[in-house]
Design a binder for this molecule. Structure first.
Ligand code: IMP
Ligand code: MG
Length: 187
């Protein structure tokens, strides 16, 4: 610890407008976990987290699913504007296990335009998975450009930039224990 003046709080930063408390998120995840456990009771699903944003959601969600499950991660690059319009996304870290015949549950932090997920879900289906479903914590539905079916959804949110609980702005705020609207990205 530095001996200089106390640092300003990151969690109660005035540039953040709280949207969902940690308690609200946990309560919703408990419901999602029970529903997932019920739906997959005959199966041994593979939860596939999309890095980095989904790491906190996935870690809470797996603990709410009382079943035998596997956990894997993929990382996808965020391209600039020109790539986004083409819908192309690049897989930066791929799976290192075969998914043929497996029931895959993709776990994502937020669905915004839907470009990332529509690409990823199609890619996974082409690898011979038995089923591919999606659990997303947040749905910024007003901005959708590609249709994406969300099988298990935490919350619908308005068109605003949100951070916390894994979601970042320029790698900041992933550690907030709640979800907030970032009022001024330049502040
Ligand atoms: P999409 O391809 O437009 O659906 O966007 C997917 C990715 O953009 C998400 O997985 C997030 O990483 C990022 N993203 C979209 N909206 C937000 C936001 O409000 N806050 C933080 N990240 C976001
Ligand atoms: Mg993401």
């Amino acid at each position: 610890m530095s001996s200089s003046a106390l640092a300003a709080s990151e969690f109660s930063n005035p540039n953040l407008e709280p949207l969902f408390t940690g308690e609200q998120i946990q309560a919703r995840i408990a419901e999602m976990g029970s529903e997932i456990a019920r739906d997959y009771r005959e199966s041994n699903p593979l939860l596939l987290g999309v890095l980095k944003g989904a790491f906190i959601f996935l870690s809470d969600l797996v603990r709410a699913i009382d079943l035998k499950v596997g956990v894997e991660f993929m990382a996808i690059s965020s391209y600039g504007a020109e790539m986004r319009t083409s819908g192309e996304v690049k897989i930066v870290k791929d799976l290192d296990v075969p998914i043929e015949g497996r029931d895959i549950l993709v776990v994502e932090d937020i669905v915004d335009t839907g470009l990332t997920l529509s690409y990823l879900l199609a890619n996974l289906r082409s690898r011979g998975a038995r089923s591919v479903k999606l659990a997303a914590l947040l749905d910024k539905w007003e901005r959708r450009e590609r249709e994406v079916h969300i099988d298990y959804l935490g919350f619908k949110i308005p068109d605003a930039f949100v951070v916390g609980y894994g979601l970042d702005y320029a790698e900041r705020y992933r550690n907030l224990p709640y979800i907030a609207v970032l009022k001024d990205p330049n502040a």
